[in-house]
Design a protein around this ligand. Sequence first.
Ligand SMILES: [Ca+2]
Length: 311
Amino acid sequence: MKRERLPAFIVSACLALVLTTLLFAGACSEPESPTTTQETQITTTPQETKEPSETATPSPEATTSPCEEFINTFEKEGVSITSATLIAATSSVPEHCEVRGIIVPNTRFAVELPTDWNGRFYMVGNGVFAGNIEYAAMQAGLSMGYATASTDTGHDSTLDPLGPLGATFAYNNPEAEIDYCFRAVHQTAVMAKEIIEAYYGNQPSYSYFVGCSTGGRQGLMEAQRYPQDFDGIVVGAPVLDFTGTMIWGIWNALALSDNGSIPIDKLKILADAIYEKCDGEDGLVDGLINNPLDCTFDPATDLPPDSFTPA
Ligand SMILES: [Ca+2]
């Protein structure tokens, strides 16, 4: 598959990924689905179990549904469907066909197709450095009858030696950075619409993207680069200035390490002095400083004598 070239400034922004760990893990509240489920199911290859033996007599049980047949009927260059499973309705989601696969070389995706489809498409974004398919977030759209999709953006966060918040995938790997930055979301959106049309016989009447934090950034980059992908985009807490955010993280880390650090025991001295000076400025001594910007705390005069070394 021919891959798109990336403008230099985007490469620069994404290179900052490897410099530090993003601090927005708690910026959005969408839960992530267990990765063990993802790993277990995506390695299944249904074709291997569908090959009839030469002497077998077809039985009613062997009849496959349109969903299960999808793995054999959908073809797209550069896309491999690894499973298509009809999932029974639960208290949370309706009956749906769950299609999983890979866009070459490494972008895993899931598309969930409700049997009772509302005619629309709902794609969800990722959090932090992505690396997982957001099955839990997909449920929000699926439960309302949308066809939904998610991508891991081309890498597996469970394999990162720095843990699920690591970004080792990006080191010396510009193609992975591009996939994480924007390409995987765009490719998944385009492909998901093709899957939807192949499954239902109709394209979605409207398409939406919903994302927060990294997902918010993904939504804004979609709007900027591929405005034809979605009719509506819901963005929460977007990481707007990625390079600046990374430098901010490094700045804070350096300030709080080695000679710049404030030991825990001294942190309480500092906090007590700040509360003493400023808690009552809002009219009530209650352990809350309503407007910290109104606080006139001056370390040179308001800290206890000899409690801190001079700056
Ligand atoms: Ca107060």
